[in-house]
Design a protein around this ligand. Structure first.
Ligand SMILES: *Cc1c(COP(=O)(O)O)cnc(C)c1O
Length: 361
Protein backbone atom coordinates (compact mmCIF):
# COMPACT_ATOMS: atom_id res chain seq x y z
CA UNK A 1 0.00 0.00 0.00
CA UNK A 2 1.20 3.51 -0.79
CA UNK A 3 2.36 5.73 2.05
CA UNK A 4 0.23 8.75 2.93
CA UNK A 5 1.72 12.19 2.58
CA UNK A 6 -0.24 14.13 5.23
CA UNK A 7 -0.60 17.82 4.41
CA UNK A 8 0.63 20.64 6.63
CA UNK A 9 -0.66 23.66 4.68
CA UNK A 10 1.48 26.74 4.37
CA UNK A 11 0.45 29.66 6.59
CA UNK A 12 1.58 32.15 3.94
CA UNK A 13 0.18 31.00 0.57
CA UNK A 14 0.83 33.10 -2.51
CA UNK A 15 -2.06 35.61 -2.74
CA UNK A 16 -4.56 34.56 -5.41
CA UNK A 17 -4.01 37.72 -7.46
CA UNK A 18 -0.25 37.14 -7.58
CA UNK A 19 -0.76 33.47 -8.49
CA UNK A 20 -3.03 34.49 -11.36
CA UNK A 21 -0.41 36.97 -12.56
CA UNK A 22 2.21 34.21 -12.56
CA UNK A 23 -0.10 31.73 -14.30
CA UNK A 24 -0.75 34.27 -17.06
CA UNK A 25 2.91 34.04 -18.15
CA UNK A 26 4.70 31.33 -16.19
CA UNK A 27 7.64 30.65 -18.53
CA UNK A 28 9.52 27.51 -17.50
CA UNK A 29 11.04 26.67 -14.11
CA UNK A 30 10.92 30.20 -12.74
CA UNK A 31 8.02 30.11 -10.29
CA UNK A 32 7.18 27.48 -7.72
CA UNK A 33 3.99 26.49 -5.97
CA UNK A 34 3.31 26.83 -2.24
CA UNK A 35 4.10 23.27 -1.18
CA UNK A 36 6.53 20.39 -1.57
CA UNK A 37 6.40 16.66 -0.87
CA UNK A 38 9.23 15.06 1.09
CA UNK A 39 10.22 11.74 2.61
CA UNK A 40 13.52 10.68 4.09
CA UNK A 41 15.40 7.42 4.11
CA UNK A 42 18.00 6.17 6.50
CA UNK A 43 19.77 2.85 6.48
CA UNK A 44 18.24 1.89 9.84
CA UNK A 45 14.66 3.21 9.41
CA UNK A 46 14.07 2.90 5.69
CA UNK A 47 11.61 5.42 4.18
CA UNK A 48 9.78 7.54 6.75
CA UNK A 49 8.42 11.03 7.42
CA UNK A 50 6.35 11.28 4.22
CA UNK A 51 4.61 14.65 4.19
CA UNK A 52 3.45 17.59 2.13
CA UNK A 53 4.46 20.86 3.75
CA UNK A 54 5.24 24.46 2.85
CA UNK A 55 7.87 24.93 0.13
CA UNK A 56 11.07 25.72 2.02
CA UNK A 57 14.87 25.46 1.67
CA UNK A 58 16.70 22.31 2.75
CA UNK A 59 19.20 22.57 5.54
CA UNK A 60 22.31 20.61 4.52
CA UNK A 61 25.61 20.00 6.25
CA UNK A 62 28.45 21.30 4.05
CA UNK A 63 29.78 17.75 3.78
CA UNK A 64 26.46 16.38 2.45
CA UNK A 65 27.40 13.70 -0.08
CA UNK A 66 25.31 15.16 -2.92
CA UNK A 67 27.40 18.35 -2.86
CA UNK A 68 30.64 16.43 -3.40
CA UNK A 69 29.84 13.20 -5.22
CA UNK A 70 26.59 14.09 -7.01
CA UNK A 71 24.59 11.13 -5.77
CA UNK A 72 21.32 12.49 -7.17
CA UNK A 73 18.52 11.59 -9.60
CA UNK A 74 15.37 13.34 -10.83
CA UNK A 75 12.25 13.04 -12.95
CA UNK A 76 10.06 15.42 -14.94
CA UNK A 77 6.36 15.08 -15.71
CA UNK A 78 3.33 17.34 -16.02
CA UNK A 79 -0.21 17.70 -14.65
CA UNK A 80 -2.77 18.73 -17.28
CA UNK A 81 -6.12 20.40 -16.65
CA UNK A 82 -8.91 19.23 -18.93
CA UNK A 83 -11.82 21.36 -20.16
CA UNK A 84 -14.13 20.01 -17.40
CA UNK A 85 -11.65 21.17 -14.72
CA UNK A 86 -10.30 17.68 -13.91
CA UNK A 87 -6.52 17.23 -13.50
CA UNK A 88 -4.53 14.36 -14.99
CA UNK A 89 -1.00 12.95 -15.17
CA UNK A 90 0.37 11.33 -18.33
CA UNK A 91 1.95 7.87 -17.89
CA UNK A 92 3.38 8.71 -14.44
CA UNK A 93 3.95 4.99 -13.81
CA UNK A 94 6.69 5.22 -16.46
CA UNK A 95 8.39 7.99 -14.52
CA UNK A 96 8.09 5.98 -11.28
CA UNK A 97 9.67 2.94 -12.93
CA UNK A 98 12.47 4.99 -14.50
CA UNK A 99 13.11 6.68 -11.13
CA UNK A 100 13.60 3.22 -9.64
CA UNK A 101 16.04 2.28 -12.43
CA UNK A 102 17.96 5.54 -12.02
CA UNK A 103 18.11 4.95 -8.25
CA UNK A 104 19.62 1.52 -8.75
CA UNK A 105 22.29 2.90 -11.09
CA UNK A 106 23.25 5.66 -8.66
CA UNK A 107 23.23 3.31 -5.63
CA UNK A 108 20.31 5.18 -4.10
CA UNK A 109 17.59 3.36 -2.12
CA UNK A 110 14.57 2.15 -4.04
CA UNK A 111 11.48 4.27 -3.48
CA UNK A 112 8.42 2.01 -4.01
CA UNK A 113 6.72 3.12 -7.23
CA UNK A 114 3.41 3.64 -5.43
CA UNK A 115 5.17 6.00 -2.98
CA UNK A 116 6.62 7.98 -5.89
CA UNK A 117 3.13 8.34 -7.37
CA UNK A 118 1.55 9.17 -4.00
CA UNK A 119 4.13 11.93 -3.41
CA UNK A 120 3.45 13.44 -6.83
CA UNK A 121 -0.34 13.23 -6.50
CA UNK A 122 -0.38 14.62 -2.95
CA UNK A 123 1.49 17.70 -4.15
CA UNK A 124 -0.86 18.22 -7.11
CA UNK A 125 -3.83 18.03 -4.71
CA UNK A 126 -2.24 20.48 -2.26
CA UNK A 127 -1.44 22.95 -5.05
CA UNK A 128 -4.50 22.39 -7.24
CA UNK A 129 -5.06 26.14 -7.88
CA UNK A 130 -1.60 26.18 -9.52
CA UNK A 131 -2.62 23.81 -12.31
CA UNK A 132 -3.20 26.29 -15.16
CA UNK A 133 -6.36 26.43 -17.22
CA UNK A 134 -4.81 25.73 -20.61
CA UNK A 135 -5.21 28.46 -23.17
CA UNK A 136 -2.09 27.45 -25.05
CA UNK A 137 -0.46 24.31 -23.65
CA UNK A 138 0.02 25.45 -20.07
CA UNK A 139 0.57 22.75 -17.43
CA UNK A 140 2.01 22.18 -13.98
CA UNK A 141 5.52 20.77 -14.32
CA UNK A 142 6.41 18.32 -11.55
CA UNK A 143 9.97 17.64 -10.49
CA UNK A 144 10.52 14.60 -8.25
CA UNK A 145 14.13 14.15 -7.10
CA UNK A 146 16.26 12.21 -4.64
CA UNK A 147 19.65 13.07 -3.18
CA UNK A 148 22.27 11.98 -0.65
CA UNK A 149 21.99 14.25 2.40
CA UNK A 150 24.34 12.35 4.70
CA UNK A 151 27.17 14.39 6.22
CA UNK A 152 30.18 12.25 5.38
CA UNK A 153 33.14 12.72 3.02
CA UNK A 154 33.94 9.04 2.56
CA UNK A 155 33.11 7.55 -0.82
CA UNK A 156 30.29 5.01 -0.50
CA UNK A 157 26.50 5.05 -1.00
CA UNK A 158 25.04 7.49 1.53
CA UNK A 159 22.93 6.23 4.43
CA UNK A 160 20.73 9.37 4.62
CA UNK A 161 18.62 10.27 1.62
CA UNK A 162 15.89 12.80 0.82
CA UNK A 163 13.07 12.30 -1.70
CA UNK A 164 11.13 15.40 -2.67
CA UNK A 165 8.69 16.72 -5.27
CA UNK A 166 8.36 20.38 -6.23
CA UNK A 167 6.06 21.93 -8.83
CA UNK A 168 6.40 24.80 -11.26
CA UNK A 169 3.73 26.16 -13.61
CA UNK A 170 4.86 25.94 -17.24
CA UNK A 171 3.79 27.97 -20.23
CA UNK A 172 3.89 26.99 -23.90
CA UNK A 173 7.42 26.05 -24.93
CA UNK A 174 6.98 27.76 -28.28
CA UNK A 175 5.48 31.17 -27.71
CA UNK A 176 5.18 32.09 -31.38
CA UNK A 177 3.97 28.90 -32.99
CA UNK A 178 6.05 25.85 -33.79
CA UNK A 179 9.56 26.99 -34.68
CA UNK A 180 12.45 24.69 -35.47
CA UNK A 181 15.81 24.44 -33.71
CA UNK A 182 19.33 23.81 -35.01
CA UNK A 183 21.61 21.24 -33.38
CA UNK A 184 25.37 21.44 -32.96
CA UNK A 185 26.96 18.01 -33.54
CA UNK A 186 29.80 18.09 -31.05
CA UNK A 187 33.00 16.23 -31.79
CA UNK A 188 34.60 17.52 -28.57
CA UNK A 189 32.28 15.98 -26.00
CA UNK A 190 30.32 12.81 -25.48
CA UNK A 191 27.41 12.40 -23.12
CA UNK A 192 27.63 8.77 -22.15
CA UNK A 193 29.72 5.67 -22.61
CA UNK A 194 28.86 1.99 -22.41
CA UNK A 195 28.64 1.08 -18.74
CA UNK A 196 28.25 4.75 -17.79
CA UNK A 197 25.22 6.65 -16.52
CA UNK A 198 23.64 7.67 -19.84
CA UNK A 199 20.40 5.79 -19.20
CA UNK A 200 19.98 7.24 -15.68
CA UNK A 201 18.23 10.57 -15.21
CA UNK A 202 20.88 12.03 -12.93
CA UNK A 203 22.11 15.56 -12.36
CA UNK A 204 25.69 14.54 -13.13
CA UNK A 205 24.81 13.90 -16.78
CA UNK A 206 23.51 17.45 -17.01
CA UNK A 207 26.55 18.99 -15.30
CA UNK A 208 28.77 17.19 -17.82
CA UNK A 209 26.65 18.50 -20.69
CA UNK A 210 26.82 22.22 -19.89
CA UNK A 211 30.15 22.81 -21.64
CA UNK A 212 28.77 21.11 -24.76
CA UNK A 213 25.69 23.32 -24.58
CA UNK A 214 27.95 26.39 -24.47
CA UNK A 215 29.88 25.06 -27.46
CA UNK A 216 26.58 24.73 -29.35
CA UNK A 217 25.66 28.33 -28.52
CA UNK A 218 29.10 29.56 -29.62
CA UNK A 219 28.35 28.03 -33.01
CA UNK A 220 24.96 29.71 -33.20
CA UNK A 221 22.98 26.54 -32.47
CA UNK A 222 20.13 26.05 -29.98
CA UNK A 223 21.13 22.69 -28.56
CA UNK A 224 23.85 20.08 -28.77
CA UNK A 225 23.59 16.67 -30.44
CA UNK A 226 25.82 13.92 -29.09
CA UNK A 227 27.34 11.08 -31.04
CA UNK A 228 28.33 7.76 -29.48
CA UNK A 229 31.50 7.84 -27.38
CA UNK A 230 33.07 4.93 -29.27
CA UNK A 231 33.64 7.22 -32.24
CA UNK A 232 31.43 5.33 -34.67
CA UNK A 233 29.44 8.42 -35.55
CA UNK A 234 26.10 7.07 -34.32
CA UNK A 235 23.52 9.66 -33.30
CA UNK A 236 22.62 9.51 -29.61
CA UNK A 237 20.41 12.33 -28.31
CA UNK A 238 20.34 16.03 -27.69
CA UNK A 239 21.04 16.04 -23.96
CA UNK A 240 17.50 16.77 -22.79
CA UNK A 241 15.54 15.20 -25.64
CA UNK A 242 15.53 12.05 -27.76
CA UNK A 243 16.00 12.28 -31.52
CA UNK A 244 13.73 10.92 -34.30
CA UNK A 245 14.04 10.99 -38.10
CA UNK A 246 11.19 10.68 -40.59
CA UNK A 247 11.87 9.43 -44.10
CA UNK A 248 10.17 10.07 -47.42
CA UNK A 249 9.07 6.42 -47.58
CA UNK A 250 7.21 6.68 -44.27
CA UNK A 251 9.64 5.40 -41.64
CA UNK A 252 10.34 6.85 -38.21
CA UNK A 253 13.90 6.01 -37.16
CA UNK A 254 15.28 6.59 -33.66
CA UNK A 255 18.54 5.48 -32.00
CA UNK A 256 18.25 2.32 -29.86
CA UNK A 257 18.26 2.31 -26.05
CA UNK A 258 21.47 1.66 -24.18
CA UNK A 259 23.43 4.81 -23.47
CA UNK A 260 20.54 7.23 -24.16
CA UNK A 261 17.77 8.22 -21.78
CA UNK A 262 14.65 6.09 -22.22
CA UNK A 263 12.17 8.92 -22.82
CA UNK A 264 8.48 8.51 -22.06
CA UNK A 265 7.76 10.88 -24.96
CA UNK A 266 9.99 8.78 -27.27
CA UNK A 267 8.07 5.64 -26.31
CA UNK A 268 4.71 7.42 -26.71
CA UNK A 269 5.66 8.68 -30.17
CA UNK A 270 6.79 5.23 -31.31
CA UNK A 271 3.26 4.02 -30.56
CA UNK A 272 1.47 7.02 -32.08
CA UNK A 273 3.67 7.06 -35.20
CA UNK A 274 2.91 3.39 -35.86
CA UNK A 275 -0.81 4.15 -35.50
CA UNK A 276 -0.37 7.01 -37.98
CA UNK A 277 0.97 4.52 -40.52
CA UNK A 278 4.71 5.10 -40.10
CA UNK A 279 7.06 2.12 -39.87
CA UNK A 280 9.10 2.54 -36.68
CA UNK A 281 12.72 1.44 -36.45
CA UNK A 282 14.94 1.61 -33.37
CA UNK A 283 18.42 1.22 -34.81
CA UNK A 284 21.80 2.95 -34.98
CA UNK A 285 21.94 5.88 -37.43
CA UNK A 286 25.22 7.55 -38.29
CA UNK A 287 25.66 11.26 -38.83
CA UNK A 288 26.77 10.41 -42.41
CA UNK A 289 23.49 8.62 -43.05
CA UNK A 290 21.62 11.66 -41.76
CA UNK A 291 23.70 14.08 -43.85
CA UNK A 292 23.26 12.07 -47.02
CA UNK A 293 19.57 11.50 -46.30
CA UNK A 294 18.97 15.20 -45.76
CA UNK A 295 20.90 16.01 -48.96
CA UNK A 296 19.14 13.51 -51.25
CA UNK A 297 15.69 13.98 -49.70
CA UNK A 298 15.31 10.54 -48.09
CA UNK A 299 15.23 12.12 -44.63
CA UNK A 300 12.40 14.64 -44.77
CA UNK A 301 11.91 15.59 -41.11
CA UNK A 302 13.80 15.43 -37.81
CA UNK A 303 12.46 16.19 -34.36
CA UNK A 304 13.46 15.94 -30.71
CA UNK A 305 11.10 14.51 -28.08
CA UNK A 306 10.82 15.17 -24.34
CA UNK A 307 8.24 16.11 -21.71
CA UNK A 308 9.06 19.82 -21.49
CA UNK A 309 8.74 20.75 -25.18
CA UNK A 310 6.84 17.59 -26.24
CA UNK A 311 8.04 17.54 -29.87
CA UNK A 312 10.63 20.03 -31.14
CA UNK A 313 11.21 20.24 -34.90
CA UNK A 314 14.91 20.13 -35.83
CA UNK A 315 15.48 22.06 -39.04
CA UNK A 316 19.26 22.16 -39.30
CA UNK A 317 22.57 20.71 -38.13
CA UNK A 318 26.07 22.11 -37.84
CA UNK A 319 29.30 20.33 -37.04
CA UNK A 320 33.04 20.75 -37.52
CA UNK A 321 33.31 21.93 -41.13
CA UNK A 322 29.75 21.32 -42.28
CA UNK A 323 26.19 22.55 -42.02
CA UNK A 324 22.98 21.26 -43.58
CA UNK A 325 19.24 21.75 -43.36
CA UNK A 326 16.48 19.16 -43.25
CA UNK A 327 13.77 19.41 -45.90
CA UNK A 328 13.10 23.05 -46.69
CA UNK A 329 14.34 24.20 -43.29
CA UNK A 330 10.81 24.51 -41.93
CA UNK A 331 9.11 22.30 -39.31
CA UNK A 332 7.71 19.19 -41.00
CA UNK A 333 4.09 18.24 -41.54
CA UNK A 334 4.27 14.79 -39.91
CA UNK A 335 6.20 16.25 -36.95
CA UNK A 336 3.44 18.81 -36.38
CA UNK A 337 0.75 16.12 -36.70
CA UNK A 338 2.47 13.86 -34.13
CA UNK A 339 2.85 16.79 -31.76
CA UNK A 340 -0.84 17.66 -32.02
CA UNK A 341 -1.78 14.02 -31.49
CA UNK A 342 0.18 13.74 -28.19
CA UNK A 343 -1.18 17.05 -26.91
CA UNK A 344 -4.76 16.12 -27.79
CA UNK A 345 -4.49 12.99 -25.65
CA UNK A 346 -2.72 14.80 -22.79
CA UNK A 347 -5.31 17.59 -22.65
CA UNK A 348 -8.28 15.24 -23.03
CA UNK A 349 -9.27 16.58 -26.45
CA UNK A 350 -8.99 13.08 -27.93
CA UNK A 351 -9.74 9.56 -26.68
CA UNK A 352 -7.06 7.89 -24.58
CA UNK A 353 -7.12 4.40 -26.13
CA UNK A 354 -3.96 3.25 -24.29
CA UNK A 355 -5.06 4.33 -20.80
CA UNK A 356 -2.10 6.68 -20.53
CA UNK A 357 -3.89 9.30 -18.42
CA UNK A 358 -4.21 8.99 -14.64
CA UNK A 359 -6.74 11.20 -12.91
CA UNK A 360 -5.66 13.12 -9.78
CA UNK A 361 -8.55 15.53 -9.28
C1 LIG B 1 14.27 13.46 -19.44
C2 LIG B 1 15.16 13.28 -20.62
C3 LIG B 1 14.67 13.01 -21.91
C4 LIG B 1 13.19 13.00 -22.23
O1 LIG B 1 12.47 12.06 -21.49
P1 LIG B 1 10.88 12.22 -21.34
O2 LIG B 1 10.51 11.08 -20.44
O3 LIG B 1 10.31 12.09 -22.68
O4 LIG B 1 10.64 13.55 -20.75
C5 LIG B 1 15.57 12.79 -22.92
N1 LIG B 1 16.90 12.86 -22.70
C6 LIG B 1 17.41 13.12 -21.49
C7 LIG B 1 18.87 13.15 -21.29
C8 LIG B 1 16.55 13.34 -20.40
O5 LIG B 1 17.08 13.61 -19.19
Amino acid sequence: MASDYPLTPTTSPTPAAERERILAAPGFGRYFTDHMSTATWSADLGWHGHRVGPLEPFSLHPSAAVLHYAQEIFEGLKAYRHADGSVWLFRPEQNAARFARSARRMALPRLPEEDFLAGVEALVRADEPWVPVPGNEESLYLRPFMFASEAFLGVRPATQIVFSVIASPAGPYFTSGLTGVTLWVTSTYSRAARGGTGAAKCGGNYAGGLAAQLEAEEHGCDQVLYLDSAGEGNLEESGTMNLCLITADGRLITPPLGTILEGVTRDTLLTLAAEAGLTCQERPITIEELREGAADGTVTEVFAAGTAAVVTPVVGFKGDGYAFTVGDGEPGRRTAALRTRVLDIQYGRAEDPHGWLRRVL
